[in-house]
Design a protein around this ligand. Structure first.
Ligand code: TXA
Ligand code: MG
Length: 328
């Protein structure tokens, strides 16, 4: 794994950042840390570079990418930003909030980024190394989570290397991420604010700021999957089965604990072969994907029981990822 380069999160070495930026300007791929998960970055204005992301991940081409910016003025060059968009940027950028906005016709965003949609997803991450890299590259970076399509998102550099190995030219390693689940994605193209993907910024915080509730596209909405193409696919899944456990129900009958793992917030009270118990919903979120990866690598772990958290705060995003990992 010689392409992993360690950097300091708060004080990233400018020479390393400059090397990574030049790889990106060359049309090649660099994986980098953000506060949510690790991203697989390419020059977001270079169609050939962006195509490499899809090849490297095995990602369906109709699933658009988020463009990462370090400056609001770059966002204004890419998308039509309403007053509401500016207000949200002022309050929550940099941070785990992605805004889906109408694409400006004269922007240089290739159709590979937007999957041909007339909208574009923009985010300003708060991780200092990510911001330094975007600034040094001098262009918006297209960056999905740096995992093979369908797998749990990587929360450390080693997981990126295990999934993508040789297809990424450099992996910047700033240790484990803070949040552990991806950004919240909202659609600002209509009168309502649509929650396309719950994530690192809670819906409660967003609603409180907006002063009205977010609308959740129902699966029955004819255009729901068109608006949020990523929701069509099975996601975040380890390569062993995932069973959801709601603590209101008895646990023992679900699986054979001696050959299973447990991940959650409550002591299972049953002798599982492996168990990881977190002390808060935030640490559960930070550790969910890494726990999936560690349990699937245990020889005697045939299945993982995952506790269903409360639907508040980060719990809403946890529920979303757990449900998709269980293929529900
Ligand atoms: O935290 C994150 O958002 C991470 C880090 C690396 O920034 N990135 C990430 O990217 O999770 P990805 O590609 O794994 O997920 C992007 C989501 C997908 O569900 C995609 O369908 C949706 O954003 N998306 C992107 N562009 C869109 C658009 N124009 N309209 C609707 N949904 C869009
Ligand atoms: Mg992803």
């Amino acid at each position: 794994m010689s392409n992993i380069v360690k950097i300091d999160k708060w004080n990233p070495d400018p020479d390393i950042i400059a090397r990574a930026a030049s790889i990106l300007r060359d049309g090649r791929l660099v994986a980098f840390p953000t506060e949510t998960v690790y991203g697989l970055g390419a020059d977001g204005e270079n169609a050939r570079a962006v195509k490499k992301i899809f090849l490297s991940k095995g990602r369906p081409q109709d699933n658009p990418l988020i463009l990462h910016v370090h400056d609001r003025r770059v966002a204004e060059r890419l998308a039509k930003c309403s007053q509401r968009a500016f207000d949200l940027m002022d309050e929550f950028w940099p941070g785990p909030l992605t805004l889906v906005l109408p694409l400006l016709e004269d922007s240089r965003v290739p159709k590979e980024v937007t999957a041909g949609l007339s909208t574009v997803a923009l985010r300003m991450p708060s991780h200092p190394a990510a911001l330094a890299l975007i600034e040094a590259a001098g262009r918006p970076l297209a960056a999905p989570s740096a995992n093979k399509s369908g797998r749990p998102s990587p929360t450390d550099a080693r997981s990126v290397a295990l999934d993508l190995c040789d297809s990424v030219d450099m992996i910047l390693d700033a240790g484990s991420v803070d949040i552990g689940l991806e950004s919240t994605v909202i659609d600002l193209t209509g009168d309502d604010v649509l929650l396309l993907r719950p994530g690192g910024l809670s819906s409660e915080t967003l609603c409180e700021f907006l002063g009205f509730p977010l609308r959740t596209p129902l699966l029955s909405d004819a255009d729901a999957s068109k608006r949020s193409p990523g929701t069509r696919y099975r996601h975040y899944a380890p390569n062993i089965g995932v069973v959801i456990w709601d603590k209101k129900n008895p646990l023992a009958s679900l699986v054979a604990p001696a050959v299973s793992g447990f991940i959650g917030l409550s002591e299972p009270g049953v002798p599982f072969a492996h168990s990881i118990v977190f002390d808060s919903p935030e640490s559960y979120a930070r550790g969910l994907f890494a726990s999936f990866r560690s349990m699937e690598s245990e020889k005697d772990c045939g299945c993982i029981v995952v506790e269903w958290p409360e639907a508040e705060g980060i719990g809403l995003a946890l529920r979303d990822r757990i449900k998709r990992a269980a293929n529900k």
